[in-house]
Design a protein around this ligand. Structure first.
Ligand code: ADP
Ligand code: MG
Length: 376
């Protein structure tokens, strides 16, 4: 069980006038003009911020933004986030980009002490960063009574629920570019899912393992053996039966699963999209991670769109995890039709795979709940 905001308030004898360090995930996508391209991560932290403020706490928020590499870099200043946060939640203090200090990724205790100085409690709501043992994630619970924010608590509940008590049948739909990124999660899902459905670039390594010719499609030759082993184990893995490919001369062609050498498979075909949709329609729970094709190109977005719509229409409990899949769902305007769209890419996969994260562990092991244990 993760400590809740309520338990933190109890530990501190109320939050009125208390300074609470809030680690949020304000790692927003920035446009080429340096402006915020999507503020969903800021909005996702509002329930926690508003609850804390409503209890009279002074909220000191902190986050990383981009990869400035351990030194100040004006391109990654928190200023645009500060401006948007000021509109959405006035009165919240925001520290400068945590990764301007190399101690953040290095989990340096000097930075941890600097962060907790003058604070009475710590709240982690940065789900998207909680798979990292970085200073602001795992450090403060060693010094301050701590709690999971609303977003973090919800993410943990939903994603761990997929492992422990999914409504059946549980269908996992996986795609994306690299099979090597996802083999661990496929393994973990095969423990609980009734069916694992595979599309996206990574289906070609599985198809190659079955002896199909995948042409010029994405292929990870060093993973063919691992994919073959999974298929031979009798695991309930479902692969595409048709492919939309790009042929020389920019021709888009429909094919089965035998591609000519100069064809590149860039989407699941319409037959496969329909088969996957039927499985999704009949499921009790659906987890979707990874686009079904190169959805950034409208010629190869159909498979991803059809699958997203099938989740939206399904009565199943639907969960979308993964940065690019979540972006696709938002781009199609279907995010509100899902039961849960995870704000964490790597973190959601790691939580499903491992059943725990460094940031969650730190909260569970946080210092005593007695007032005397708190700093400052
Ligand atoms: P997520 O972030 O949802 O976990 P990934 O990062 O694993 O997803 O993969 C997303 C990327 O995979 C997208 O940029 C998409 O264009 C690409 N992709 C999906 N299918 C293919 C394909 N058949 N060929 C090339 N790229 C693909
Ligand atoms: Mg991605």
């Amino acid at each position: 069980m993760l400590p809740t905001l309520e338990s933190l308030s109890e530990a501190l004898g109320g939050l009125d006038g208390r300074r609470i360090l809030l680690r949020a995930d304000f790692n927003v996508p920035l446009g080429s003009d340096g402006a915020i391209a999507d503020d969903f991560r800021i909005k996702a932290a509002l329930p926690t911020i508003r609850w804390l403020a409503g209890q009279g706490a002074a909220v000191v928020a902190c986050s990383h933004l981009g990869r400035p590499g351990g030194a100040p870099d004006p391109r990654y200043s928190m200023a645009p986030v500060q401006a948007r946060l000021g509109e959405l939640a006035p009165g919240v203090e925001l520290l400068e980009n945590l990764r301007f200090d190399s101690g953040e990724t290095g989990n340096d205790d000097r930075l941890v002490q600097q962060l907790v100085d003058g604070c009475h409690g710590y709240v982690n709501d940065a789900f998207g960063a909680s798979h990292r043992a970085h200073a602001s994630i795992v450090g403060p619970p060693g010094y301050l009574p701590s709690a999971a924010g609303r977003l973090l608590a919800k993410e943990a509940e939903v994603l761990l629920g997929l492992r422990s008590k999914p409504k059946r049948p549980f269908v996992a739909v996986l795609g994306g570019a690299k099979v090597s990124d996802k083999l661990g999660v496929i393994d973990a899902l095969l423990e609980t899912a009734d069916e694992v459905v595979i599309g996206g670039g990574m289906c070609f390594t599985f198809l190659a393992a079955l002896g199909h010719s995948v042409g010029d499609s994405l292929l990870q030759a060093d993973q063919i053996e691992a994919c073959g082993r999974l298929l031979q184990s009798g695991a309930p893995i479902r692969l595409p039966s048709d492919i939309t490919a790009l042929a020389p001369g920019e021709h888009v062609v429909q094919a089965g699963v035998e591609l000519r050498p100069d064809w590149r498979g860039l989407d699941i075909g319409p037959g496969t999209a329909a088969e996957f949709s039927d499985l999704i329609a009949e499921a009790g729970t659906v987890l979707w991670n990874g686009p079904m094709g190169l959805f950034e190109d409208p010629r190869f977005a159909a498979g991803t769109k059809v699958v997203a719509q099938a989740l939206a229409d399904s009565r199943a409990f639907t969960v979308v995890g993964g940065g690019d899949s979540a972006a696709a769902v938002r781009q199609f305007g279907l995010d509100r039709e899902m039961d849960h769209v995870s704000t964490g890419g790597g973190a959601s996969l790691e939580l499903i795979e491992q059943g725990d994260l460094p940031g969650l562990r730190a909260l569970r092991e946080s210092v005593g709940t007695r007032e005397e244990d708190s700093n400052g």
